[in-house]
Design a binder for this molecule. Structure first.
Ligand code: IVH
Length: 682
C-alpha cells in the first residue's frame, strides 16, 4: 500500500469503526459480528503503526487508553455545574408545579427523564471534536479527566452530521452498568481487593484512575442530558437532545414530554416499577421545563434551577427469609452479626446476606431465625434488615441467642459500658483480627502497599509467613515464590488456585520497600491504635513529633492535644503498655520505617492546601509575598515559580507579572486574590 492509499484507508477505517462503536454501544444494534469488528480494528492498528503520520487524533485505537496521569488538572467550568432540588414526595412535586405555573402560566411542557445514578461529567466539543471532559468538582471547577473519558466507547470523539455549534458543552452522567459492576467486583473479590459498594462508587473511582488503560477495562457508559451553548439549533431542551442523538451522543430513549403534572406522576410510577429491569441503576426521575425561554423566566436559586426538580425513589425493599446468623470478627475484634438470607433479587442484584449491626439492633428488631424480614440496600456493600413481617413468623421460632464466645478463637467476649458492640479481647492470636490489622496496615491511606491485598494477606498469613506488620519487612524472594493457596468453591464460583509467580513477588517486595518512605503520621495511623483514625494520627504526630514522645506521654499530656479526649488517651496508653506492640515498633524502626516527623512537616499546621500548587505574584495589601508562600507550605501546599498546566492557583496581587497572568488565563489556572486565598484557609 502506498502513502496515499494508506492515508485514505486509515481515514475510512477510523470512521467505519466509530460508526460500528455507535451502533453497538449507543443504539445496541450492531450490524457486524465481533469478529468482523476485531478485523477492522486490527487492520487500523497495523496501518497506524506503519504510517503513524496519518493516524487521526480521534482514532478508535486510542480508546484502549494508555499513559499515566499523576494528578488531574483543575479546570474552571464555563457554566457553573449546579445540582437539582430533590424530593421524595408527590406533594412537593405538586408545590413545584404550582410555583412553575404561577411564574409562567399554563402553556408549557415538562420533559421527564431518568435520574441516572452515576457521576456528573461535562463534555466540551470544539469543531465537532471532543475537546475536554471535566468532573463536577465543587461546581465551580473540576478535574480534567479527558484521557479517561476518551476510553468510553459510547462517547463520540468526533460528531456525525451537521448543525452543531462550533463550540458547546453537553453534560451527562458516567454510569457503570450492573453487568460491568458485577464483573469488576467478582474480579476484585478474587484478587482480594476491597469491593465497590455500588455502581455509582465504582464509576466515580474509575474515572479518577491514573492509568487510562485500566479505565478502558471498566465497562463504563455515559448518558447525556443537558446542553449548554449560545448557538443551539432549537430553543427547547427536548428537541436539542434529540438532535444530539443524531450527532452521535447517547441520549436516553426513555425521555418523554408531558403536558402536565399528571403525566409526570404516570412517568414516575411507571419507572418506579420498571427500574429494576433496567441494565443500570437510576435513583429517581428528573422533571424539566422544556422551553429555554421559560427556563430563563424561571431562573435559578443560589444552588439549583427553578425550572427543574428531581424526584427520588424510596430505597427498594424486599421480603425474604432469614435462614441463620453468622458472627463476624473485625480487625479491632468487634463482632458483627450477619444474616444469611434466602437469595432474593434487590435493586439489580441477588442479595444473600445482610448486616444486623449488633446485639441492640437484633433486640430492637425482635428478629428470630426463620422470620420473613424486610431488606434494603443502603450506601454500603452489605444490605441491611429494616423490619420483620410478624404475620409470617413460624410458630416454633425462638429468639436469637447472642454468642458469648468468639466464633474464631473461642475467647469469652466482652462488652464495655456504653458500647454497642461485643468484642473479642484476644487481639494477638485471633486470626481475623490479625489479618484485619494487616489489611489495614497496607491500605492506601496507611502504608499504601498496593501490590498486597486481602487475598494475598490471607495467603501469607495462612502459610505462616506473616503474623504481624514487622514480618512484612522480612519477606524475601525465596519465601514468596511458588506460594500457593486454594480458594474454595462458592455457590457461583469454581475452586481457584493462586500461586505467586516472579512478577507478583517482585511487585510485593517493591511495594513493601517503597512503604518505608511513608510519612510518620500515616505510619501512626497504619499501626492501628484503637480510635486513632487518620485525623487523630495527624494531630498526635504533629504535636509529639515522634513515636517515643507519644509512647511516654501521660494521660494529662495526651488530652492536651486538640480533639483528644479520655477514650483516645486511654487507648494510646494501653497500646504502648503492651510489650508486644513495643517490640513490633522496634522491629519496624530497625527496618527503616518513619517514626518521626520530617523537618518539612514539622511546621505544618493543616492539610487544607494538600496537593495543590501555587504561584504567588505581585504585591499584597495585608501580607508580604513571603508570608503568603510560607502560609501555603504550612498548610500542605507547594510553591512553584512559573505557571504551567500543573499549577492549581495563581495568587494574584497588584502588578502581577503579565506573562504569568496571561499563561494562567490560557491554561485555565484559577486566578485568586489574597482575600480568596485567606478564604481557602478558613
Ligand atoms: S439535569 C441544571 N438530568 O443528578 C440541571 N441531572 O441531583 C443539571 N442526574 O447534578 C442536571 N440524571 O449529576 C439532570 N436526567 C438527568 C439526570 C441528572 C442524573 C444527576 C446530575 C445532577 C444530579 C442532581
Amino acid at each position: 500500500m502506498n502513502q496515499k492509499e494508506a492515508k485514505i484507508r486509515i481515514q475510512e477505517l477510523t470512521e467505519k469503526i466509530e460508526e460500528h462503536n455507535r451502533l453497538y454501544y449507543n443504539l445496541a444494534k450492531p450490524v457486524i459480528s465481533d469478529y468482523e469488528f476485531d478485523m477492522l480494528m486490527k487492520e487500523l492498528i497495523e496501518l497506524e503503526k506503519e504510517f503513524p503520520e496519518y493516524a487521526q487524533s480521534d482514532s478508535p485505537t486510542h480508546r484502549v487508553g494508555g499513559g499515566i496521569t499523576k494528578e488531574f488538572k483543575q479546570v474552571a467550568h464555563k457554566y457553573p455545574m449546579l445540582s437539582l432540588g430533590n424530593t421524595y414526595s408527590e406533594d412537593d412535586l405538586k408545590d413545584f408545579d404550582e410555583r412553575v405555573k404561577k411564574a409562567i402560566g399554563n402553556d408549557f411542557e415538562y420533559v421527564c427523564e431518568l435520574k441516572f445514578d452515576g457521576v456528573a461529567i461535562g463534555l466540551t466539543y470544539k469543531n465537532g471534536k471532543l475537546f475536554q471532559a471535566v468532573t463536577r468538582g465543587d461546581g465551580e471547577s473540576g478535574d480534567d479527566v479527558t484521557v479517561n473519558i476518551r476510553t468510553i466507547k459510547s462517547i463520540p470523539l468526533k460528531l456525525k452530521g451537521d448543525g452543531f455549534p462550533a463550540e458547546f458543552e453537553i453534560r451527562g452522567e458516567i454510569i457503570m452498568p450492573r453487568k460491568s459492576f458485577e464483573k469488576i467486583n467478582d474480579e476484585r473479590e478474587e484478587t482480594g481487593e476491597l469491593l465497590f459498594a455500588n455502581p455509582r462508587n465504582a464509576a466515580a473511582g474509575s474515572i479518577k484512575m491514573q492509568d487510562s488503560s485500566e479505565v478502558a477495562k471498566r465497562g463504563l457508559d455515559c448518558f447525556l442530558y443537558h446542553m449548554l451553548s449560545e448557538n443551539l439549533p432549537f430553543d427547547s431542551h427536548y428537541e436539542n437532545l434529540r438532535k444530539a442523538r443524531e450527532w452521535g451522543f447517547k441520549v436516553s430513549d426513555y425521555m418523554v414530554k408531558c403536558k402536565d403534572i399528571n403525566g409526570v406522576f404516570s412517568y414516575i410510577s411507571l419507572w418506579n416499577e420498571k427500574r429494576k429491569d433496567l441494565p443500570f441503576d437510576i435513583d429517581g426521575v428528573v422533571i424539566k421545563v422544556n422551553s429555554y425561554k421559560l427556563q430563563e423566566q424561571l431562573g435559578f436559586t443560589a444552588k439549583s434551577p427553578r425550572w427543574a426538580i428531581s424526584y427520588k425513589f424510596k430505597a427498594e425493599e424486599v421480603l425474604t427469609k432469614l435462614i441463620s446468623i453468622d458472627f463476624q470478627v473485625g480487625r479491632t475484634g468487634a463482632i458483627t452479626p450477619v444474616a444469611n438470607l434466602e437469595p432474593v433479587q434487590l435493586a439489580g442484584s441477588v442479595v444473600r446476606r445482610a448486616t444486623l449491626h449488633n446485639a441492640d439492633v437484633i433486640e430492637k428488631l425482635g428478629v428470630r431465625t426463620g422470620d420473613m424480614v424486610y431488606v434494603e440496600k443502603g450506601g454500603d456493600v452489605i444490605p441491611k434488615i429494616t423490619g420483620i413481617e410478624i404475620s409470617k413468623r413460624p410458630a416454633n421460632s425462638v429468639p436469637v441467642k447472642y454468642i458469648e464466645k468468639c466464633p474464631e478463637c473461642n475467647t469469652p467476649l466482652v462488652r464495655k459500658e456504653n458500647e454497642s458492640n461485643h468484642y473479642c479481647p484476644n487481639e494477638e492470636n485471633c486470626p481475623p483480627q490479625i489479618k484485619g490489622k494487616l489489611e489495614h496496615f497496607i491500605c492506601r491511606k496507611a502504608m499504601n502497599i498496593e501490590s498486597l491485598g486481602e487475598g494475598k494477606i490471607e495467603m501469607l498469613y495462612d502459610n505462616g509467613i506473616v503474623n504481624n506488620f514487622a514480618d512484612l519487612y522480612d519477606l524475601t524472594y525465596d519465601k514468596l515464590i511458588g506460594l500457593e493457596k486454594v480458594f474454595k468453591a462458592t455457590e457461583n464460583k469454581k475452586e481457584k488456585k493462586l500461586s505467586f509467580k516472579e512478577k507478583t513477588v517482585e511487585n510485593i517486595l517493591k511495594g513493601v520497600e517503597n512503604s518505608k518512605k511513608v510519612t510518620f503520621e500515616r505510619v501512626l495511623y497504619a499501626i492501628g491504635i484503637r480510635y486513632v483514625g487518620e485525623n487523630i494520627a495527624k494531630k498526635l504526630a504533629f504535636y509529639f513529633k515522634n513515636i517515643d514522645n507519644i509512647a511516654k506521654a501521660t494521660f494529662d499530656e495526651l488530652i492536651e492535644v486538640e480533639e483528644i479526649g479520655d477514650k483516645i488517651a486511654e487507648s494510646v496508653i494501653n497500646y504502648f503498655r503492651n510489650k508486644n506492640n513495643v517490640k513490633i515498633i522496634e522491629r519496624l524502626r530497625n527496618k527503616g520505617i518513619q517514626f518521626e516527623i520530617t523537618a518539612n512537616a514539622s511546621k505544618i499546621k493543616s492539610d487544607k492546601l494538600q496537593g495543590k500548587s501555587f504561584v504567588v505574584s505581585g504585591t499584597f495589601k495585608n501580607f508580604s509575598r513571603d508570608e503568603i508562600k510560607n502560609t501555603i507550605e504550612e498548610n500542605g501546599g507547594k510553591n512553584v515559580s512559573s505557571v504551567s498546566s500543573k499549577t492549581d492557583y495563581l495568587v494574584s496581587g497588584e502588578n502581577t507579572g503579565p506573562e504569568k497572568y496571561k499563561k494562567a488565563k490560557e491554561l485555565n489556572v484559577k486566578i485568586i486574590s489574597e482575600e480568596e486565598f485567606s478564604e481557602m484557609l478558613k
